[in-house]
Design a protein around this ligand. Structure first.
Ligand code: GLN
Length: 303
C-alpha cells in the first residue's frame, strides 16, 4: 500500500523538525508525559493498518473523546439534541466562558468544553450506569476490551479543573444542565481520561469513515448523523484553529490536549497521530505538521 511509504517518509521528515511547543501542564499528570513521543497509525475500512514510531504506547485521549460522547448522545436523542447546543465554530479557546453568558448557556458546539459538558449531562440523564455504559459503548466500537479510564488522570484533572467547574455552573444557572454539576464534571473528567494508543484510536473512529457502521456491521449512527458528526469535526474539531486545520489538512479531525489527533478520510481510512508538544491553541504541533504533509503528498483530502 503506497500510503505506508508516504507515512514513513513524512514521519521521518517531521520527526527531525525542531521540538516546538509545550506539553499540556495545567493537568499535573499530563505534565509527566515524555515530550518527544511520536507515533502514527492508519487504519482502513477494508481492515488493513500501518503504524510507525510510538504507535502502540497509550496516551490520554482528552478532548478526542468528545466526538464519541456526542455520537452516543446523538444516537439516543436524535435531532432533539440540537435544542441544547449549537453547530457553529466558536472561534474561541476550548475552555472559554465568554460566549456562554451572552448566548444564554447554549454552547456553540459539542467540541468546546461547554458543549461537551452538556453532552455529558445528556448521557447522565439517559444512561442507567453512565460510566460503565459509556465504556461499554467505546469498547464495542472496535471490539476492544482493553480500553479503559485512567483514575490517575481523572483525579488529577478534578483537582485543578476550576474552569470546567465554572463552565458547568454557568450553564446550570441558565437551566441547560439537568444533573448536579459535580456529577456531570466527574463523568466528563472520566471520559477525557480514557487511554488509547494510535492503533486503538484509529480503530475507534472507523465507524465514522464507514458511514456510521462498525467494520463488524453494527450501526452506531445513521448515515446522515455520521455525516453531521464529521461536518462538526471539520468546522469545530480544533477550536480556534479549526479553519487552519481544514485549510492545511483538508480532513475532518479532532484533537486533544494529550497530544493526539485523529483525522478521517470518509469511506477510506482513519489516521491517528500522537505527539505531546502542543502549539499555542492546544493542538499537537507535530501532529498538525504530519497531517498537513501527509494529505499534501498523498493528494487525498475531502476537497
Ligand atoms: N480535559 C481537558 C479539559 O477539559 C480537555 C481539553 C482538550 O483536550 N482540549 O480541559
Amino acid at each position: 500500500m503506497y500510503l505506508n511509504e508516504i507515512i514513513q517518509e513524512v514521519f521521518h521528515e517531521v520527526d527531525s523538525l525542531e521540538a516546538k511547543g509545550q506539553v499540556a501542564s495545567y493537568i499535573p499528570e499530563l505534565k509527566k508525559v515524555e515530550p518527544e513521543k511520536f507515533g502514527v497509525y492508519l487504519s482502513t475500512i477494508d481492515n488493513t493498518g500501518f503504524g510507525i514510531g510510538n504507535c502502540y504506547e497509550t496516551f490520554s485521549i482528552q478532548s478526542i473523546a468528545k466526538v464519541l460522547s456526542l455520537s452516543l448522545a446523538y444516537r439516543i436523542l436524535g435531532e432533539k439534541i440540537w435544542e441544547r447546543l449549537g453547530v457553529e465554530p466558536s472561534g474561541t479557546a476550548f475552555n472559554s466562558l465568554i460566549q456562554l453568558e451572552v448566548e444564554n448557556g447554549i454552547p456553540r458546539n459539542p467540541f468546546i468544553n461547554a458543549g461537551a459538558l452538556v453532552i455529558s449531562d445528556i448521557l447522565l440523564s439517559h444512561l442507567e450506569h453512565p460510566k460503565e455504559d459509556f465504556l461499554a459503548f467505546i469498547r464495542s466500537l472496535s471490539n476492544n476490551r482493553k480500553i479503559d479510564y485512567s483514575s490517575r488522570i481523572a483525579t488529577s484533572e478534578k483537582q485543578v479543573g476550576y474552569r470546567n467547574v465554572a463552565l458547568c455552573n454557568l450553564i446550570k444557572s441558565f437551566g441547560n444542565i439537568e444533573n448536579e454539576p459535580a456529577d456531570v464534571l466527574n463523568f466528563y473528567f472520566n471520559l477525557c481520561s480514557l487511554e488509547v494508543n494510535c492503533q486503538e484510536l484509529s480503530g475507534l473512529f472507523l465507524f465514522l469513515a464507514n458511514d456510521g457502521c462498525t467494520l463488524s456491521g453494527s450501526r452506531v449512527l445513521s448515515q446522515s448523523q455520521s455525516k453531521r458528526v464529521k461536518a462538526l469535526m471539520q468546522t469545530c474539531g480544533f477550536y480556534d484553529e479549526s479553519g487552519e486545520f481544514s485549510f492545511k489538512v483538508g480532513l475532518p479531525g479532532k484533537s486533544g490536549v494529550g497530544g493526539g489527533i485523529v483525522a478521517i478520510h470518509p469511506k477510506h481510512y482513519v489516521i491517528a497521530v500522537w505527539s505531546p508538544r502542543l502549539n499555542s491553541k492546544g493542538n499537537s504541533y507535530k501532529g498538525m505538521k504530519f497531517l498537513e504533509e501527509f494529505t499534501t503528498k498523498s493528494q487525498l483530502s475531502i476537497f
